[in-house]
Design a protein around this ligand. Structure first.
Ligand code: ADP
Ligand code: MG
Length: 421
C-alpha cells in the first residue's frame, strides 16, 4: 500500500474522529506509507503520536514503537485501546510482564490483531524478543523521543544507541524518528545514530508568538521583585523554577508569608505530597508552584500565565521546554528569567565534578544560555536561531514580544548591566 492507494482523511476520521490533520501530520504519514525513512521535529503538543499511530492502525503488520518511559507507553496503549473494541490492538512489551502475559502478546501479534507494540529500548535488546519479532510482519519502527539517542539532548539514554543494530536485524522496514528537540546538533546525532541520513525531514516551527521573553539582572532584591511581579498578575497561574530543592522551599515560604498562594514541588518530597501539590495547581487551589525541573513533564495546564526562572537553566533547550508550559491556550504567557554571572560560575563548579566529556557538553550548552541572557538582539530570534530556524524580527509573528525589542539597548549596556552586580 502506498500513499495514493488510501484515503488517509477517512482513516483519520474513522480511528480518531478528527476531521483534519494538524500541521505536517498528513505529509509525514504519506512519507511513511511510501516507505521512506522519516524524521519528525515538532514542538511538544504538536501531535507527533498520531503520525505513527494512524498508519500503524490501518496498515498490515505490527508497528514497533520505542519509547523511553513506561508511564508514557501505558498512557498511549490505554488511549489506543479506547479507540478499538480489541484490547490486543496495542500492547507493551517490558520486563514486568509475566510468562502468560508475554504468551498473550505474542499470540496477538502473530494473529495480526496487534497494530502497535510499545517497547522500552532495553527490552528490545533481549535475544528472545528479537528472535520472535524476526518471524512476524513489521509495518515500521517508530522511535519516539528520539533525542534520547544524543548526548547533546536533555535526556540521553545509552540504550537508544543500540537501536540501529537491532532494527537492522528485524528486517528492511521504514523508520520514523520523532522528537521535540530542535537543535541541529541533536538532529544530526539522531540521523547518524539511527543510520537514516537519507530520511525525509519534517520540521514544524518552534515559534511561540504569544510568549513574552524577558531577562532581568538578578540582584539581592530578587525576592521582592518576584513578589511584585506575581502581585501584578494576581489570581493568575504561574510556575517558578529554581535550581535546588532548598531554594524551592525557601521561595515557596517567602511567597506564602507574603500572602501569595504557592506550593513547593521537587523530587525530595514524597510522592503523595507531590501529587497533592500538582493537583492543587491544576485545580487552581493555588496560583503558583515553586519547583525544580522535576515539575512539568506531561503537565498540560492550558492557562499558565507566567514562568519565572529564579536561576538560569542548564541549556536553552530546557529553557524553551520549561517556558513552553506558559500560554498553551494561545493567551498571554510571560517568561521571565533572572540572570547573574555568579549563577553561571556556580553551575560550572557543579559540573566540574563530572566526567570530562559530559563537562564539555555542559559548558558549551551553558555558554549559549549566557549568550541568550546577555544578548541585545530579539530574544525570539536568538532562541529560534539556536533551533536552526530563521526568524524575521521585524515582521515575524510575535516579533515585538520581548524586552530587547520593546526597550532596545546597546550591546555594551547589556553586558555592563550584568557585570556591575
Ligand atoms: P506530542 O507528542 O507532539 O507532544 P501528542 O501526540 O501528545 O503531541 O498530541 C497532542 C494533542 O494533540 C493530543 O491531545 C492529540 O489528541 C491532539 N491531536 C493530535 N492530532 C490531532 C488532530 N489531527 N486533530 C485534533 N487534535 C489532534
Ligand atoms: Mg509525544
Amino acid at each position: 500500500m502506498n500513499s495514493n492507494e488510501i484515503d488517509i482523511h477517512k482513516e483519520l476520521k474513522k480511528y480518531f474522529g478528527f476531521s483534519q490533520f494538524k500541521g505536517l501530520q498528513e505529509q509525514v504519514i504519506k512519507s511513511l506509507l511510501d516507505k521512506q525513512n522519516t524524521f519528525v521535529i515538532m514542538p511538544t503538543g504538536g501531535g507527533k503520536s498520531l503520525c505513527y499511530q494512524l498508519p500503524a492502525l490501518f496498515q498490515e503488520g505490527t508497528a514497533i514503537v520505542v519509547s523511553p518511559l513506561i508511564a508514557l507507553m501505558k498512557n498511549q496503549v490505554d488511549a489506543i485501546r479506547s479507540l478499538s473494541s480489541e484490547n490486543g490492538v496495542a500492547h507493551v512489551l517490558n520486563s514486568s510482564l509475566t510468562k502468560t502475559e508475554i504468551a498473550q502478546v505474542k499470540k496477538d501479534i502473530t494473529s495480526g490483531l496487534t497494530k502497535l507494540l510499545y517497547v522500552a529500548p532495553e527490552s528490545l535488546t533481549k535475544e528472545e524478543y528479537v528472535a520472535f519479532l524476526q518471524t512476524v510482519p513489521i509495518s515500521f519502527v517508530a522511535i519516539d523521543e528520539a533525542h534520547c539517542i544524543s548526548e547533546w539532548g536533555h535526556d540521553f539514554r545509552p540504550e537508544y544507541r543500540n537501536l540501529k543494530h537491532i532494527i537492522k536485524q528485524l528486517g528492511d522496514m521504514p523508520i520514523i524518528g520523532l522528537t521535540a528537540t530542535a537543535t541541529p546538533k541533536v538532529q544530526e546525532d539522531i540521523l547518524k545514530n539511527l543510520d537514516m541520513t537519507d530520511a525525509t525531514t519534517f520540521k514544524a516551527s518552534f515559534n511561540r508568538p504569544n510568549l513574552y521573553y524577558e531577562v532581568r539582572t538578578k540582584t539581592k532584591n530578587i525576592e521582592s521583585d518576584i513578589i511584585r511581579f506575581i502581585k501584578q498578575h494576581k489570581g493568575k497561574s504561574g510556575i517558578i523554577y529554581c535550581l535546588s530543592r532548598k531554594k524551592v522551599e525557601a521561595i515557596a515560604e517567602v511567597l506564602q508569608v507574603n500572602g501569595i498562594s504557592a506550593v513547593p514541588y521537587h523530587a525530595g518530597l514524597d510522592a503523595k505530597t507531590r501529587a497533592k501539590h500538582q493537583d492543587m495547581f491544576l485545580m487552581e487551589d493555588v496560583d503558583v508552584v515553586v519547583a525544580t525541573i522535576a515539575f512539568g513533564m506531561g503537565i498540560d495546564k492550558p492557562d499558565v500565565r507566567f514562568v519565572i526562572h529564579h536561576d538560569i537553566p542548564k541549556s536553552l533547550e530546557s529553557y524553551y521546554q520549561e517556558t513552553g508550559r506558559a500560554g498553551r491556550d494561545g493567551g498571554e504567557g510571560h517568561c521571565l528569567a533572572y540572570y547573574s554571572y555568579k549563577d553561571v560560575e556556580k553551575l560550572e563548579k557543579f559540573m566540574s565534578g563530572k566526567p570530562v566529556a559530559e563537562q564539555e557538553i555542559g559548558f558549551a550548552l551553558l555558554q549559549e544560555v549566557v549568550a541568550y541572557a546577555e544578548t541585545s538582539m530579539s530574544r525570539r530570534k536568538f532562541l529560534l536561531h539556536y533551533f536552526g530556524e530563521e526568524f524575521d524580527d521585524v515582521n515575524g509573528e510575535g516579533a515585538d514580544m520581548d524586552d530587547n525589542v520593546r526597550n532596545p539597548k546597546t550591546k555594551v549596556e547589556a553586558i555592563d548591566q550584568v557585570v556591575k552586580l
